[in-house]
Design a protein. Structure first.
Lengths: 265, 259
């Protein structure tokens, strides 16, 4: 009896989560003509622009074909970027609902992270399209290891979840975080080798510091898979270490302040 | 929270025990990091505690309809939020032994871009119902809301009355055991308002339990018990008719109430 009601509760929350995710995606493309197609087109077009702008600057010294290099880095980074920047104001935006109904607050940042995973899967299709084009023009060879991306995604998701929990709860108390985080995010984007290669910087210091950038590990892991090399176990451990660390901190923070959120909205 | 075992009697659906709620009221709202840091350095972080509810205790039994009355700002809505589990009291506890349907604001959490139907699903899911349960209730909700084809239009095109109709229909048609209602009955046109009261009376006869915050005398007929809250304390608790009369009397002649 008790077990049954627990199962029911989990199913119910799952159902609510899918509704929220669906709503997020729908609202993102509300009233646009080609709707959800934008999720594929957007990264494609962005990649074209970046490949056009940066290929003269940085191109040539990447192991991967440069357009694929840019696109692969960006779609992984975007999971984190869109989920965290979307989650940051999500509790405050749902003020009305959170003050009037009893609902688990963690659902809102979680639904944001899941929506960005949906976006990622569409972007992944875009990547496959580009890879196919480059394959026919002889710049890229498909590798089976690309399938191992399923190992990486849970780590990136957990990592993003942790940051999302933390930021969305903190934003309730300190609205400054919005502005601070947008700067942090810009800095983070440039400190992660998305357009350039780390060798290009040719600095020991940067190489050392880069080890502490979780996004660097995620992005490089993904590129290794695209190149056909299987990253070592330590690399996988590092990826999950960062992920679990972030998730634990974010979740603990949200739990700690959860009872104060409704009163402070 | 008190951990000792509380013997729970079968008929009690809702129990509020010694609830005190304090809000921190900064002299000037500290809402930003800078403000907090500057104040912390100046040692000026005066936190004025504002006591909203003090040692409130009561029990609601199965089938009772209880009205919570009192002036604006005495903590009635806060009490409902504590009962529904949205806010956690500073001390004391509130427990519900049944499914609650909080109706604190009609259409709280409606998504403007989504259609009426989609919002029914979303709203009910937030209230804790599964897809199957909602599917079963859809015809009744639609029939009660009387929105016709508008139900397939985005909610942002609705008038506030239509929005209220939809919100009320959802809340009232779900099988809750306790309904918490916060001054929302004054919405919609007369016909709908009448329909709402009729529905509430019908549910009441079915044995549903109510906790209603209101000033309206229409509630007087619906409820059999009233709790009068003044400055965060329960001043009177008992038969609805007599308490409503005393309350109205005190409102009109405030000088007498002090005596």
């Amino acid at each position: 009896m008790k077990r049954e009601s627990k199962l029911r509760k989990i199913g119910q929350q799952g159902y609510l989560l899918t509704l929220l995710v669906r709503r997020n995606i729908k609202n993102q493309y509300y009233r646009s003509f080609i709707g959800v197609l934008w999720t594929v087109l957007n990264p494609l077009l962005n990649m074209l622009v970046m490949a056009f702008v940066f290929s003269k600057l940085f191109g040539g010294d990447t192991d991967l074909d440069y357009p694929i290099y840019i696109l692969s880095g960006n779609i992984i980074f975007n999971i984190m970027r869109t989920s965290t920047s979307g989650s940051l104001p999500c509790l405050v935006h749902q003020r009305n609902m959170l003050q009037k109904t009893r609902v688990s607050i963690a659902l809102f940042p979680t639904s944001n992270v899941l929506s960005s995973l949906v976006t990622f899967s569409f972007s992944f299709i875009a990547l496959l399209v580009v890879a196919l084009v480059r394959f026919f023009s002889g710049h890229y060879v498909f590798q089976w290891t690309i399938l191992l991306v399923v190992l990486l995604i849970p780590a990136v998701t957990l990592f993003s979840l942790g940051i999302s929990y933390f930021l969305s709860a903190l934003y309730v108390f300190f609205r400054d975080i919005e502005h601070i985080y947008s700067v942090v995010l810009t800095l983070w984007t440039y400190l992660t080798p998305l357009f350039y290669t780390i060798d290009r910087l040719n600095s020991d210091l940067v190489t050392k510091v880069m080890k502490f950038n979780p996004m660097f590990h995620y992005v490089e892991f993904f590129r290794d898979l695209l190149l056909g090399t299987i990253p070592g176990g330590t690399e996988l451990l590092i990826c999950y270490g960062f992920a679990l660390g972030s998730f634990a901190v974010g979740y603990a923070f949200m739990r700690a302040v959860r009872n104060h959120i409704a009163a402070n909205l | 929270m008190a951990k000792q075992k509380i013997e729970h009697d079968e008929n009690c659906l809702l129990e509020v025990h010694d609830v005190t709620m304090k809000f921190t009221k900064y002299d000037v709202g500290v809402d930003s990091l800078k403000e907090l840091v500057v104040r912390a350095f100046r040692g000026d972080l005066r936190r004025e505690k504002f006591v909203c509810l003090k040692n409130v205790s009561f029990k609601v039994h199965k089938g009772e309809a209880v009205a919570v009355i009192g002036r604006n700002g005495v903590g009635k809505s806060t009490l409902l939020k504590i009962v529904s589990g949205i806010l956690r009291p500073t001390s004391g506890w509130a427990k519900c032994y049944g499914r609650i349907s909080p109706l604190l604001q009609l259409g709280a959490g409606f998504d403007g871009n989504a259609t009426g139907i989609e919002n029914i699903y979303l709203n009910a899911a937030i209230m804790g119902y599964t897809k199957k349960e909602i599917d079963a209730k859809i015809p009744e909700i639609l029939e009660f809301a009387e929105l016709g084809d508008f139900i397939y239009s985005p909610v942002k095109t609705y008038s506030s009355g239509m929005m209220a109709r939809l919100g009320f229909s959802i809340a009232i048609n779900m099988d809750a055991e306790i309904m918490l209602i916060d001054e929302i009955l004054a919405v919609g046109d007369v016909a709908f308002s009448k329909k709402c009261y009729a529905k509430l009376t019908e549910l009441r006869q079915k044995g549903l339990t109510f906790l209603i915050v209101s000033h309206g005398s229409a509630v007087k007929d619906l409820c059999d018990r009233a709790i009068w809250i003044e400055r965060g304390r329960v001043v009177a608790d008992g038969d609805a008719k007599s308490i409503f009369d005393r309350y109205t009397d005190a409102m009109i002649h405030p000088e007498k109430a002090n005596g």
